[in-house]
Design a protein around this ligand. Structure first.
Ligand code: ATP
Length: 897
């Protein structure tokens, strides 16, 4: 279908819709049923069966199964069946964990799925893009990604970047006129917008004409199946480390087997023991457990309003040393209220709070009637006309639909009795040049009833001053001399030093029918009218969050398009700007190279009047200084800086699709405090991963050493294969998982950020693994030797004692793993998952030891009460022997910047 050839009314008829009402509920359900969701087909996810089978692809597990088969053939049925049962159980456990991790990561993807604004049943709604059907009317603006193929019906300076489809990266200006041509390429269909392309400027509306696989993108979708690698640096490091650990475990196991055989053990016996040991001791599952821990952490982050879009960011978050945060909406509430106005040397104040329409105007203490003061009336009227926001009533409260800055101007106007709807009856808007944060201005061209036309511009006062030629002063238009200019500058500074955000309004008459081609032509030689100053209160929770970041060695930098003095005042209120801290504005920044900025960047806390491209410079300078930078953004132009930052953060509410797609973290509530919470969580996740690495590896070291030492000492096997496998499944598995759910230590935000190149075994982890593992091996062997020495005829009993000691030693050690410092620093009952995991492991161990039907399977004998003293005493040694010495030594200090 050549939609571009038709007029919009023809398209409307063809797809059976209504441009002013949208589709009805009934129609939508019918179309969704008929044509399905507006989605591109995804590559299939691995099936459950495949995922389950993957649990057994490990080489040693295959060897173990083969060995078990042989022992089964040799008549050792009980052993064979028990081993297979344990391997299967292990497989199920791994399968369920991975399945859950995969599901939660998939759900995450759904959460960050794009949304569109659609007209349905006469109302504009936000819906998920996949819900779109042919005939839907959608609207979009700069920064949005187009959700389906549409025939445009309205455009305002609309430009769309279609490189995803055509390869052409220069944005295409769009219009709505039909194009009569038989064969034109997608790139030339200027009255169409296609799924997956990006609005870079202006805004528009259109009718959906194709969805899902029927779109132009759908036709090439197969080519686009880009599988983004989601593996994190730690996972990669662990994979490499895993290879080394496997080799070490294999060598040691081999040693156990060889020494065992030399000491006269049977080949078959040693073979099965060796293979079981290898299966138990090889930490092949580490990367998988890390994935599980990451996905659990990611879920916790969602509950705190932070959505992770790229898994590696979870780790990087823990290394962040600088947060560069936007001001408006992130540090402040983005709930603006005009409180002061300035024009022609006079200042007025306005009463009222928030978007409440009650309020009056005052000159000093005296209330004034706005219509009596011509410039004030003009300042407010033009503020309302050069505007795209509207006010909506919701549950007895007014809310702003659109930009809050513009909303504040509407509310100020209404306090003076100026209604936008009524004003639009007098003035017709015939052209608009939308606001962008690089120009810091917006303009409209209006025409009144007598055919007079003029440009109205509003924007940052200092910028407007530069493009004004005259000024309204005492109701007269005066040439804007340096003297008048200074009055204006003083007024800006005065308003800004009260932390007010300032917007100036200017205008210029133009000839009837004069065609203004672009914003450059519109926004020059203006007549400056005055300034409106609005408060934007800081978010109440931010000050404490900034302080917590400081304690954690993380510097907060404010980056804003606002005036330097406004920014400074708010930064000081929030504790971002210390005394002596530098502030820098966009002008100065423009003149600097990255190298120059690098010189001073450590001292700068506020960047004001910046344009989005400055953000990239700031990120680069900070990175050159060795910082790990978190950078927030919301607009299209912020995307490069968000991408370049180590942690790109996009706003969930005000952020554009483009910014979100470039980011690795999305803040659902746009709140700075959420960044802090995410960093906290990021650090915690990393610490939890370290905790279970320590636990698992120390356990493995213990298991190998007890066997190795016994062989070297010419002792019988202290543990039988099934016991080793049992320890691996029950004792290692459950508590390790519970460690992944552990709470942060109280000092996690009181120390400096982690170095990104820090190795897995840094901060004494390696030492702890080896020393604790060694001691676990020694005490197990000691228990075995004592009991075996007492009665060498009862080997089974001594093995049961060794089994119980090994299990208990590990289960006590797990509580020590919770702290970087020592076991005494943490309340064991804080993590009830762990307490229950340990209790269940103990109960299961007791069942295996005391339940007669299981005794022959696990080669166990009921332990006498007095021997429990020995077991408990010895198993506490590995944890408490070294914990005491560390207690006095460790006092971690935050590494400050
Ligand atoms: P940030 O969110 O990065 O803290 P910001 O939102 O204050 O910054 P911009 O939106 O780029 O930054 O605004 C910069 C300046 O442009 C403001 O100080 C204001 O003077 C002016 N401005 C903001 N919004 C508008 C608008 N809708 N129309 C005209 N001028 C505007």
């Amino acid at each position: 279908m050549k939609w571009y050839e038709l007029r919009s009314e023809e398209v409307e008829k063809k797809v059976n819709t209504n441009l002013s009402l949208g589709l009805s509920e009934k129609e939508i359900t019918m179309r969704q049923k008929q044509f399905g969701y507006n989605e591109l087909k995804e590559a299939d996810r691995p099936s459950a069966l495949l995922l389950f089978l993957e649990q057994f692809k490990d080489f040693m597990v295959v060897v173990l199964l083969a060995a078990t088969l042989i022992s089964g053939l040799l008549g050792e049925y009980i052993d064979a069946i028990a081993i297979i049962a344990i391997v299967l159980l292990n497989g199920f456990l791994g399968f369920f964990q991975e399945r859950k991790a995969e599901k939660s990561l998939h759900a995450l993807k759904e959460l960050s799925a794009p949304q569109v604004t659609v007209l349905r049943n006469k109302q504009w709604l936000r819906i998920q893009s996949k819900e779109l059907v042919v005939g839907d009317i959608i609207k979009f603006s700069s920064g949005d990604r187009i959700g389906a193929d549409i025939r445009l019906t309205k455009v305002k300076s609309l430009e769309i970047e279609e490189s995803a489809l055509t390869g052409e990266s220069v944005p295409v200006p769009k219009h709505i006129e039909p194009i009569r041509d038989d064969h034109i390429s997608l790139g030339d269909q200027e009255n169409m917008a296609f799924m997956g392309t990006m609005v870079t400027r202006g805004s528009g509306e259109g009718i959906v004409v194709a969805t899902g696989m029927n779109t132009a993108m759908g036709q090439i979708a197969e080519l686009l199946q880009s599988a983004e690698t989601m593996i994190t640096p730690l996972q990669r490091r662990l994979e490499q480390l895993g290879k080394i650990l496997i080799s070490v475990a294999l060598v040691l196991t081999f040693l156990v087997v060889v020494v065992g055989i030399l000491r006269g053990h049977e080949l078959y016996e040693m073979f099965l023991a060796g293979v079981s040991l290898a299966v138990a001791a090889i930490p092949e599952g580490l990367p998988a457990i890390v994935t599980v821990a990451l996905s659990l952490g990611v879920q916790r982050m969602i509950r705190k309003n932070a959505i992770v879009r790229r898994l590696p960011a979870v780790e990087t978050l823990g290394c962040a040393s600088v947060i560069c945060s936007d001001k408006t909406g992130t540090l402040t509430q983005n709930k603006m209220t005009v409180t002061h106005l300035w024009s022609g040397g006079k200042t007025w104040s306005v009463s009222g709070t928030g978007y409440d329409l009650k309020g009056s105007f005052f000159a000093g203490e005296k209330e004034v009637e706005v219509p009596n003061i011509k410039t004030l009336q003009q300042l407010l009227t033009f503020g309302v006309l050069c505007n795209n926001a509207s006010l909506k009533e919701k549950k007895d409260e007014y809310i702003i639909d659109g930009d809050p800055t513009e909303g504040a101007l509407i509310v100020a106007g209404m306090k003076a009795g100026l209604q936008r709807d009524l004003l639009l009856n007098q003035f017709e808007i015939i052209e608009e040049f939308p606001f962008d944060s690089a120009r810091k201005m917006m303009s409209v061209i209006v025409k009144d009833h007598s055919g007079n036309q003029f440009v109205i511009t509003k924007g940052a006062p200092d910028v407007l001053l530069n493009v004004s030629e005259s000024i309204l002063w005492e109701n007269k238009q005066q040439h804007l001399t340096e003297e008048y200019g200074n009055y204006v500058k003083n007024a800006i500074e005065e308003l800004a030093s009260d932390a007010l955000r300032t917007i100036a309004v200017a205008f210029k008459p133009i000839r009837p029918n004069q065609k203004i081609m672009n914003e450059l032509e519109a926004e020059r030689d203006l007549v400056f009218i005055g300034i409106q100053g609005m408060i934007d209160p800081p978010r109440p929770e931010v000050k404490a969050a900034v302080q917590e970041c400081k304690d954690a060695g993380i510097k907060t930098i404010m980056i804003t398009g606002d005036h330097l003095i406004t920014a400074k005042a708010i930064a000081a209120q929030l504790g971002i700007l210390p005394s002596g801290g530098k502030v820098l504005d966009g002008n100065a920044l423009s003149k600097m190279e990255v190298e120059d900025l690098e010189e001073i960047v450590e001292d700068v806390y506020v960047f004001a009047r910046v344009s989005p491209e400055h953000k990239l410079k700031i990120v680069k300078a900070l990175q050159r200084k060795g910082h790990i930078v978190a950078m927030t953004g919301d607009g299209v132009n912020d995307a490069p800086a968000i991408k370049a930052a180590d942690i790109g953060i996009a706003m969930g509410i005000t952020g554009t699709d483009v910014a979100k797609e470039a980011s690795s973290l999305v803040l659902l509530d746009d709140n700075f405090a959420t960044i802090k919470a995410a960093i906290n969580e990021g650090r915690n996740i990393y610490e939890n991963i370290r905790k279970f690495i320590r636990y698992l590896l120390a356990s493995n070291v213990g298991e190998i050493l007890v066997m190795l030492f016994a062989m070297l000492l010419a002792l019988p096997l202290p543990l039988v294969p099934i016991q080793i496998l049992w320890v691996n499944l029950v004792t290692d598995g459950l508590p390790a998982m519970a460690l992944g759910l552990d709470q942060a230590e109280d000092n996690v935000m009181k120390r400096g950020p982690r170095h990104p190149n820090e190795g897995v075994f840094a901060r004494k982890l390696g030492w702890k693994v080896v020393s604790r593992g060694f001691l676990i091996g020694i005490v197990t062997l000691a228990a075995f030797m004592i009991v075996y020495g007492r009665d060498p005829s009862n080997l089974g009993y001594a093995q049961t004692i060794a089994f119980a000691t090994l299990v208990l030693a590990q289960l006590i050690h797990v509580f020590d793993c919770r702290s970087e410092r020592s076991i005494f620093h943490r309340n064991p009952f804080q993590n009830m998952y762990l307490v229950w995991a340990v209790i269940s492991s103990i109960v299961l161990m007791l069942i295996v030891i005391y339940y007669p039907p299981l005794q022959p399977i696990f080669h166990t004998t009921a332990i006498e009460a007095r021997d429990w003293l020995l077991i408990i005493g010895l198993s506490a040694v590995p944890t408490f022997l070294l914990a005491g010495s560390l207690l006095t030594r460790s006092r971690s200090k935050p590494r400050m910047l």
